[in-house]
Structures are given as C-alpha cells and as structure tokens.
Design a protein around this ligand. Structure first.
Ligand code: SF4
Length: 944
C-alpha cells in the first residue's frame, strides 16, 4: 500500500508507541506497541514494515494477552518432588546458573555427546547452534524435523531454495496460484495479503488439501486429495505436460541439469552418475559438433535426448531422456493414479491443462536487459505466471521429500522458478546445495572440552558425509545423518527423548530444552514420552534421562518434567535478532532483517534466554564466548548481536554496519547498530537492483549483489537438479557398488526412497499395518488464530478455540452410526483415544481431521484444573507411534530426511458411550507461576 492511500486512523489513546517485531507466529511482522501509563494498551501493525504493511492478525493483536499471561514463569525453579509432581522450589539466578554450569561442565569434561540440546520454534537458532558447536556436542537441533524439513531439504537440493522463508509467489503478477497443504498458521499475513491481491486482480487460486478450511475455503477450486498422495497428483500433471509438450525447453537446457549426461553402466560404481571432464565439470552432448563438452560452454547446443558414447567408451544419456521416459510411462497417467489419489482423472487432467495454458499462453515479459552466468545478454525477463506454494501438508509424510522434489520438478519444467509471475527466491536464497556446509559431528571429532569442528546441520553430498562410525553406527542421539535419516538437514527432534530413554545409540546425561514442548504436542506417542521422562533405572534408582533443564517463558506441559527451570522473558521484554544467518524475512525484491528490543522491563525474576546462554557459555569457558584470558566476550545478547562476527564484516544483522552505520551487508561493527534499527522501526531493508530481481539463480547482477551483501564470497549460481546425483550415490551404496556400502538392513528402503528422479511411494505406515483395519486417514491443521501450543493460555485466543472436535465426513458418520456431538473411539495401530465428533463436509471423504495442540494437560499453562482444553480437547499425537511398525527402532519418519511422518496416521472410528471427557486422562502436572486471577482485568490483575 502506498503511503498516499493510507486510511486515516483515530488518534492513539496511548502515551507512546514502540515499534518492534511480533513473535506470535513465525511471520515476524512489524508491530506498533502502544503504551499507556507504562503498560501495553494495544498492538497494531506497522504500516511501513516490509513483511506485513500494517496488517495484523488475531494472534498479533492478542500479543498483549501473551505478555500479561498468568502462565508466565516468575523465577528459576529447582525440582524438589518427583518429575511431573509439580513440586518445585524457587531459587536465585546465581544458584540456577551455578547448577547448570556444574552439570554441563561435567558433561563437557567427560563426553560432550552426553548433552542433548533441542529447541522448539525459537528464532535464535544461529546462536543456539553456535553455542552447541562451541560446547562440542553433536546433539543439537530445532523443531524443523518435526515440521517441514522435507520441504526445505527437497527445495534446496532441487532448486537451491524452497517455499516460505526462502521464497514466495509473485503475488503481483501470477495468474494461477496452486497451493499444496498449507495450514493457515504458516506464513500467515504475507499469504493473506497475497491472496487478497490475487482475488482483486482476478487470478485463479487452486488449493490442494484434504481439508477445506482457512485458505482452501476461499480458493476458486479446492482439490480434496487423500493425504500422502500429492506426489502422485504432481507426477500425473508432469505426465500430461510432457505429453502435450507444454514445457519450456530453452529454460530447461539453460538453467537445469536436463542436458547433463548420465552414465549408463549397470553394475558399475558410476552407473547413474554424471559424466564429467577431468576438472569435474558435467558433460553435455553438443549437437552441432557432435561431441561432449562441459555444460555451459558458450554457444553449445546441448542435446536433451539420445544415447551417446563417451570418449572412454561408456554409454550416457541426457538426464531429460531418463525423465521423459519415466514420466511418460502410463503408470503416471491421470487414469492410473486417480483412484489412489482419491480424485477424478478429469480433475487432474484439467489442472494440468490449466497450468500449461497459463504458463505458455499467458506468458509475460518485463523489458529489462540482464546478463546470465554464461555471459549471455537477455533483453527481457520472460515470465510463466504460474506460482506454487506448499508446506507441512505435503511435508509431514514419509514420502514428503520426494513429493516436494516432484513439485519443484514441475515448476522447472514449465520455466516458472524465479521468473515474473512464478515462484520467486528471497535472499539469501537461492544457494546451491554444495554451498551449504556438510554436517559435523563424526565420532572422531569429539573430545573432552573440545568444540565441534563445524556446524551441526548441513547437506551430505553422498554417503561418505554421513555421521556414522566405521560400523555404521550413528554419531548423533537423534540418528540424524545416519543410514536411518541420511539427509536430515534439520535433525530429528522427535527422536531425542525416545532415543535418550532407550540409550540408543548411547545414553546421555543432560537434556537441555528451550521452547520445546516435547512432553506434550511436539512428540509422537505423548503418553509414552511422558513415561520415558518419568522412568527410573531399576538398578540405580536414577531417572533414565538423568538431568533435564528446561528454558521457557511459560508453564508448558514440559516444564513439569524439568529438574532445573530457567525462566525466559516474553518477546516484548528482550532483544532478539531476525537474522539472515538464521531464518530470513526477506522478500523477492528486498533483503530484510529485524530486531526485537525490550519494550518493557520484566516484572518477574526472569532473564532473556539468549543472554543466559551467553552467560553459561562464558562460565563454561566455551571458545567463542570468552577471550584469551577466559573473560566473557559479550555483556548480553544485545552486545552479541552488535559485535559477533561469523566472518570478517559479517554479523547477525546486515543493516547499519560500518563505524558510521552507512554500510549494508558487509561492514565493520557499529556500536550504534541497534539504536539505528530502533529508529528505523526495528527493521532494515535493502532493495535488490532492478536488473538483479529475476532469474537470481543465473543472474550475474544478482550474484554480484549477493557477494556485495556478504551472502557468499564468490558467485554461487544454481543449476536446478532435476536428476539428483546425490540420491543416486546413496542408491549405489545400497546396491553395494560404492563405498561406504549401506548396511544390509537399510538397503531396501534406500533403494525405494532415494530415486534420483522424483518418485511416489506409499506412506511407510501403510506398508506395516493391515490397511483394512485402519481404513481412514487422520490429520491435523493449525487454526489461523493459534500458533503452536503457546496460545491456549491466551485469554483472547482461547475465546476462539477452547476445545477441538474430530471432524468426520458425513459418509463415515453414516457408516459408524455417529451423530454430531457424539463421543467416539479413534483407534490406530498404536493406541486409542476418546473424542467428540462433529459431522463435517469439509474434507476428503476418507479423512478425519482436527485442530492441533488445542488439548491441554491439566495443571499446565496456568489454566484452571477443568477447562474445555483439558476436558474436551485432545491430541492425535497419542495415536502416532514414533517408531515404524514391524519391530526394531526405525523412526516413523521420511527415510531420506527423518521428517516426522505424523500425517501418515491411519485409524478406524467407532461410536462410544456418552462421556464427560476425552481420553486418555492424566494426573495434573502443575508448575508454579504467578498467582492466577479468576478474572483478567486490564490494569489490575495484569500488573503483577
Ligand atoms: S502473522 Fe504472525 S507475526 Fe504477523 S501479526 Fe500475526 S502472529 Fe504476528
């Protein structure tokens, strides 16, 4: 919205407005916090902020209730009763920090692997990861493995970026927008702003989702697919587009590896790998001179089909030839996949035709000369105005990685990546997978009091980069980057507690959790997880997980299991950094980052967790946190944000760098940097030059801009990897043809899941259960008004959702004799829960669904003992096992990335007798918090 078109607002009733960044979800909108008499009066959107342009959602405005929540922790606590009993004693910060330092110091001296440090949806992973690296434990990750790592990993490995934080639809130009499995809590305000633009401009919006809520409810077309079948739909669309020759051949040849020659030599260790020259450059077959030349040779016309003999006599075919042969096969025809996908073949064919028509018949052109990385000058940007977006709906399945790869394949085939009207990258993306680090934490790298040799998370380029010992045993507690989950780019938070409890692959001493509600809704098998936290070793009488430290601002269900509680502030009481080193908030046309700063001082004995972590780092003498004399390097997190440098001139924030604050990207430390951010509304934004705005993966001007900004030290163009050599290397290991060879028991699943061209296979849970016994799918959605479990304590948001029902299709209700409001038993291979049903026509006919994380445990979040959340709320998590069926300890995850496969759940439903409450029930697990008022009144009980 241009400033000229702003609606006049009424005069503020506040004394003062402080601008900061919202933390009520991960969108990180700019907010204006209105203060009156030293308290928050209300919050509104910052109209100048690049993320939300003044738009504020229900959650954002309810931040006031989050800030004054009675569920806030008020002081450090030490457990004095059994875990879960709620018996804690308040202690001083000095005692808390001394205790933590003693525990962690012992661990670091003896074996740093004995610390497992896992964080939830926090926004300081660049700090927490750096801290864990300096500590020397390989066992660190955040919540991505539970949420959407399939999407992130597939995107980065295929196109160098992915949906949401790494890119966005070109809302201003797209004519057809196709959205797969996006819950309405994700990318909330930007999507709402974008959808309103599409509607206003007459573009068509298609939503593919088993459930028709939120965004799907306003789609022009809703495609109610069966869960876990999105990959089939996408590959059938690919089949149709190839058949109709609706593909952008020039784009494919120039920007993808479609022309790269794939060695055809079955039984050899290089079968399926790319033919390369002596310098390692991939070869293509040049059709004029009829010889193989390196990809990118100026003037070369590379073949996309055919079979060729290399100079050394081996046979090779262009990747596109393999691709076309594969997807033109009748098994991908709409008729062949329709029944499995639960969609009419005409719907699939119609969507494919519309994608092809809009991409090519409504192509757009922007007059802007630019130069590509091959040195070729173009007079304009050609746009294919079809944009896609996807999120956890496709991701939280055991086939989600390949499904996301299929979606990127489709985008590249029609030439719709980073073009006008298509999906567009947001800086610092795109970035080729090779430019990401390899994972660090191999066994030989551990040592007493030693830091890890590099960052924990990254991308293996082949089995040789796995974190396993000589016998193939995992180096990490969660088994990330082992044969169990080779490309676990975000780790497997959901396996931390089960593996620590089972001492598999090894026991640990201390579990350190930050903002991770892993004793409740951030785990599968919730009741089992609670039991694991409570269980003691029979021989020693000690807890099987000996020590648990929890840092949180609120009394979540997990706090009750802590031995030591480090109370955090609210998001309005501390400094934070929304950094490009972490999870960026850039836009396609601009580089953005932002801060939070203390709008108010805490009125409790709490401290910002990031400053506490720096303090612990200094007390432990971790490199990176102390100087040569052992003195703390940083006063607090604000000081760290300003002075920490990852590389010379590169710090957490890109704005106002240089001693006079005039530099962006690279620059010397500026002591006034945070003050400059505050003056600027708590954000920084730098526009990308016009010539650099599209085709960033191959645009020389963008690559120069990225180097200037410090994203890279040299240009890092991306060639889209339709055919993945990395995945083929794993297959060769599984065939015993390449070192290191995969262990026997992992070979079948690697061969099935690591196809170098995107593939669909049935969700793994369905292979291990009698599907006839569990004929229905069960999934969850997050409501638009709530984010994670934090919001069930929010007095305003609780008025929107206080309990959840199981939404059951009419046909299923009729078959089971269920009426609206009846109680029912929902049974999976793992367990049984009692829930209240609502008849619904809002979803796929074989799919039951409910809102996620509404059900609460009595005693948590300072809620009254019997509230709708505890009496009628429920979690599907109780029905989901963290392990796959069939015995053994294979995690219920995607076999490529370790993404938790919680949307694979299969169930049956039966009518239950009338009841008072949902099941299972748990004893209350209370946590001491501020005194809880019976009624919240502004200015009285709130100001405790
Ligand atoms: S979309 Fe998220 S960040 Fe933006 S106002 Fe709403 S809750 Fe806050």
């Amino acid at each position: 919205m241009s400033p000229d078109h702003r609606v006049e607002l009424s005069r503020p009733v506040s004394d003062e407005i402080r601008k900061t960044t919202c933390y009520m979800c991960a969108c990180r909108c700019g907010i204006d916090v209105h203060l009156k008499d030293g308290r928050i009066r209300y919050i509104e959107g910052n109209r100048d902020h690049p993320v939300n342009r003044g738009v504020l959602c229900a959650k954002g405005s309810a931040g006031i209730m989050q800030h004054y929540s009675p569920g806030r922790l008020r002081a450090p606590l030490k457990r004095v009763g059994p875990r879960g009993s709620g018996r804690f004693e308040e202690i001083s910060w000095e005692e808390a920090l001394e205790t933590a330092t003693a525990w962690l110091g012992d661990v670091r001296r003896n074996d740093p692997r004995q610390l497992g440090f896992f964080t939830g949806r926090d926004q300081s992973q660049s700090l927490t990861g750096f801290w864990a690296q300096q500590f020397g434990t390989p066992n660190w990750s955040a919540h991505g493995g539970f949420c959407s790592v399939n999407m992130a990993a597939a995107g980065i490995m295929t196109i160098g970026g992915s949906f949401w934080e790494f890119g966005a639809p070109d809302w201003d130009r797209t004519r057809l927008f196709v959205m797969f499995g996006v819950a309405e809590d994700h990318d909330s305000n930007p999507i709402k702003i974008g959808l309103s633009k599409l509607k206003a401009g007459g573009a068509r919006f298609v939503s593919v989702n088993p459930v028709r809520t939120g965004y799907s409810a306003i789609a022009d077309d809703w495609i109610g697919i069966r869960p876990g079948r999105d990959g089939l739909l996408v590959l059938a669309i690919v089949h149709e587009l190839l058949k109709a020759r609706r593909i952008d051949v020039g784009y494919l040849a120039r920007y993808s590896n479609a022309s790269w020659l794939v060695i055809d030599s079955p039984g050899s260790s290089d079968h399926g790998l790319f033919a390369r020259n002596g310098e390692g450059k991939p070869l293509v077959f040049e059709t004029v001179t009829e010889r193989s030349v390196p990809f990118g040779t100026r003037g070369a016309r590379a073949a996309l089909s055919g079979r060729f003999t290399l100079d050394d006599g081996r046979e090779a075919v262009p990747a596109f030839q393999l691709l076309a042969e594969k997807y033109l096969d009748p098994r991908y025809a709409p008729e062949a996949v329709a029944a499995e996908a639960g969609l009419p073949a005409e719907t699939i064919r119609g969507l494919a035709a519309e994608i092809g028509r809009v991409a090519f018949d409504e192509a757009i052109e922007i007059d802007q000369p630019w130069t590509d990385m091959h040195g070729e000058r173009h007079q304009s940007f050609i746009g294919r105005p079809v944009a896609f977006h996807a999120m956890r709906g496709i991701s939280a399945h055991s086939n989600g990685f390949q499904t996301a790869r299929a979606l990127h394949l489709l985008q590249v085939l029609i030439g719709a990546v980073d073009c006008p009207g298509g999906f567009r990258f947001e800086p610092p993306y795109p970035k080729p997978v090779e430019a990401h680090p390899r994972p660090h934490g191999k066994a030989e790298h551990f040592g007493s009091n030693q830091p890890l040799s590099g960052p924990h998370l990254g991308f293996p380029l082949g089995p040789e980069d796995l974190l396993v010992d000589a016998d193939g045993n995992p180096a990490r507690l969660d088994k990330a980057f082992s044969w169990d989950a080779p490309i676990a780019a975000h780790g497997l938070m959901h396996m931390a507690i089960p593996n620590a409890h089972a001492a598999d692959p090894y026991p640990i001493d201390t579990l350190f959790l930050y903002m991770a509600n892993m004793a409740w809704n951030s785990s599968m098998n919730t009741a089992g997880t609670i039991a694991m936290l409570e269980e003691k070793d029979e021989a020693t009488g000690e807890y099987r997980i000996p020590r648990i430290i929890v840092a949180d601002a609120y009394a979540s269900e997990t706090v009750a299991y802590a031995d030591l509680v480090l109370p955090d502030t609210t998001y309005l009481e501390r400094h934070d950094c929304i950094s490009l080193l972490d999870r960026p908030i850039s836009e396609p046309d601009a580089v953005n980052d932002a801060i939070r700063w203390p709008i108010l001082a805490p009125d409790r004995d709490v401290r910002p967790f990031q400053s506490v972590l720096l303090d612990l780092g200094a007390r432990l003498g971790l490199p990176g946190f102390v100087d040569g004399k052992g003195k703390p390097l940083y006063r607090d997190y604000a000081d760290y944000i300003i002075r920490h440098e990852r590389r010379p001139g590169i710090g957490p924030l890109v704005g106002f760098r240089g001693t006079d604050g005039s530099r962006a990207g690279r620059g010397a430390v500026n002591p006034d940097q945070l003050a400059r951010y505050v003056e600027n509304g708590s954000f920084f934004s730098a526009e990308i030059p016009e010539e650099a705005r599209f085709f960033k993966h191959a645009n020389a001007a963008y690559q120069d801009f990225a180097v200037r900004m410090g994203f890279f030290d040299k240009p890092q163009p991306v060639i889209f990897q339709l055919y993945s050599e990395i995945l083929q290397k794993f297959r060769l290991s599984a065939e015993g043809l390449r070192e290191p060879v995969a262990p026997e028991n992992y070979r079948p699943r690697i061969l099935a899941a690591f196809s170098p061209l995107p593939e669909w296979y049935a969700p793994l849970e369905e292979e291990g259960v009698a599907v006839g016994d569990y004929p229905l799918h069960a999934i969850t959605q997050r409501p638009m008004a709530m984010y994670h479990s934090w919001h069930s304590q929010n007095a305003w948001l609780r008025q929107i959702h206080t309990k959840n029902r199981l939404f059951v299709p009419d046909e299923v209700c009729a078959a089971a004799g269920l009426q609206d409001g009846d109680w029912a038993w929902l049974t999976s291979r793992h367990g049984r829960i009692r829930v209240r049903v609502a008849r619904s026509a809002s979803g796929n006919a074989q799919t039951l669904w409910t809102w996620n994380a509404i059900g609460k445990r009595s005693g948590a979040w300072a809620l009254a003992p019997r509230t709708p959340e505890t009496e009628e709320g429920f979690l599907l998590n109780h029905l989901i096992s963290e392990l796959l069926p069939g015995g053994g300890r294979r995690s219920n995850s995607d076999p490529v990335t370790g993404q938790a496969a919680w949307y694979d759940l299969r169930v049956r439903i039966e009518r239950a007798e009338p009841a008072e409450a949902s099941e299972p029930r748990f004893e209350p697990a209370p946590v001491p918090v501020s005194e809880v008022p019976r009624e919240l009144r502004y200015g009285q009980e709130w100001s405790r």
